[in-house]
Design a protein around this ligand. Structure first.
Ligand code: GLN
Length: 450
């Protein structure tokens, strides 16, 4: 049914980069056989899922939205991919994304723009915009994403679905094409909080293949989503995430969510996190710095595209030609920013300073979590903007992640759940908890989702 739905609507939505009916049906039959052989399968066995094209897959191409990886067939599965298969999930295909997950609109993909199913002239968010659109368009009940600065929560918010950023290290980065290694976090998309929790549980947990993986039990997210009560819980409203620049309808839905929490017995207080104002500039030094280092591996020798290798040019010339043609403008902008910020003489002024700000943001969170159990804010300042509106203005594009970035810098857990519409488009509310407090964000999310 989902393959038929994809065939019927994806020409307009363009969520998928790769769909292979035969591979999908073979996976589904294999799950039936495992069940017939008496294997105990989990609650998601046989459920179809759309998989972000940033995760390596043995049986499908993996491009990370970049021309430089066109045609690449990974020789191995990402840990998340392997765990989806082990749980009996059936992978429908790979979803579109901003190139190397750099963006907030999916307009930076080398393979075309994905559309928001609520209004095809608007963006589905990004970088995991193919995954959010696929779930919102009923092409898949579940999908995967990665959240480095908001790339799960922001697309979830603007397409009216649930998206969670687990605690950093709570889900494995092994086989995730790297963007910014100290921030990248795989997480789930679903149409309700309980489904997201089931998927979270299916692929999270310790992985020896990722040295930053947390060796602790997965927080009880499914139990928390089922519990869905907030009685006696202390909820902090982040004072700094309001005011000018927030669409009035977004503020209205957020205020209603606060009232709902109070009516359900939560104690709501205002909390100040003064250093969150510096999260965006710190992120746009740290993430490009890490990306400039990670993307050095695309050297025209090891993977994918190779340009100008006609026997007359040096390896260095071939590398330069390949990177010039294989990377898009946003990726080049980030590599240049990052290389500059890391260069000797500037390192302390830029990268070093940004790391200090990162520590201040962590401390803001620590101080806040002494007073409250969770923090809440709008997920994004505005609803989905029209395709093209911010494409030539990187600074306005970067603002889409104003509220989501602090949790990435601190490595904390956070979720975005739908809280109604503004001017006909979905609005999301963000719930944030300390690292390994993932169960709290699911518990509160399940209580307020609507
Ligand atoms: N939009 C942010 C960026 O462009 C975050 C992206 C992400 O989380 N992958 O860096």
């Amino acid at each position: 049914a989902h393959l038929d739905r994809i065939a019927a609507v994806d020409e307009r939505v363009r969520a998928f980069l790769h769909v292979d009916r035969e591979t999908t049906l073979a996976q589904a039959r294999a799950v039936d056989e495992r069940r017939a052989a008496g294997e105990e399968l989990g609650p998601l066995a046989g459920v179809p899922i759309a998989h972000k094209d940033v995760f390596t897959t043995r049986d499908m191409p993996t491009t990370a939205g970049s021309k430089i990886l066109e045609g690449w067939r990974p020789p191995y599965d990402a840990t998340v991919t392997a765990r989806l298969r082990a749980a009996g999930l059936v992978i429908l295909g790979k979803t579109n994304m901003d190139e190397f997950a750099m963006g907030s609109s999916t307009e930076n993909s080398a393979y075309g723009v994905t559309r928001n199913p609520w209004d095809l002239d608007r963006i589905p968010g990004g970088s995991s915009g193919g995954s959010s659109a696929a779930v919102a368009a009923y092409e898949a009940p579940l999908s995967t994403g990665t959240d480095t600065g908001g790339s799960i929560r922001q697309p979830a918010a603007v397409t009216g679905i649930v998206g969670a950023k687990p605690t950093y290290g709570g889900s494995s980065r092994y086989g995730v094409i790297a963007f910014a290694s100290s921030l990248d976090t795989p997480g789930p998309f679903a149409r309700n909080v309980l489904d997201a929790a089931l998927l979270h549980e299916a692929f999270s947990g310790h992985d020896v293949m990722d040295s930053t993986s947390v060796d602790r039990p997965v927080p009880p997210v499914v139990e928390a989503a089922r519990r869905a009560d907030v009685g006696g819980l202390r909820v902090g409203v982040v004072k700094e995430f309001a005011g000018d620049g927030y669409q009035p309808g977004v503020t209205a839905r957020f205020d209603e969510t606060v009232e709902l929490l109070e009516s359900l017995g939560a104690k709501v207080v205002e909390v100040s996190c003064p250093n969150f104002a510096y999260a965006l500039p710190a992120y746009y030094l740290i993430a490009p710095s890490e990306c400039s280092s990670n993307l050095a591996r695309f050297d025209a020798m090891r993977y994918g595209l190779r340009v100008g290798d006609d026997g007359t040019r040096s390896a260095e010339e071939v590398m330069a030609l390949t990177r010039a043609e294989g990377f898009g403008p946003e990726v080049k902008r980030r590599i240049m920013l990052g290389t500059y910020a890391l260069s000797s003489g500037y390192y302390d002024a830029y990268y070093g300073k940004a790391q200090q700000v990162r520590t201040l943001i962590k401390r803001d969170f620590e101080a806040a979590f002494e007073q409250v159990d969770v923090l809440i804010s709008p997920t994004t300042p505005t609803t989905a903007f029209p395709i093209g509106e911010r494409a030539d203005d990187p600074m306005s594009m970067y603002l889409a992640d104003l509220c989501t970035i602090p949790s990435n810098l601190a490595g904390n857990a956070a979720v975005s759940v739908p809280c109604g519409l503004a001017d006909g488009m979905p609005v999301g509310v963000q719930i944030m908890a300390p690292a390994l407090g993932d169960d709290r964000v699911y518990r509160v999310g399940a209580a307020v989702e609507r």
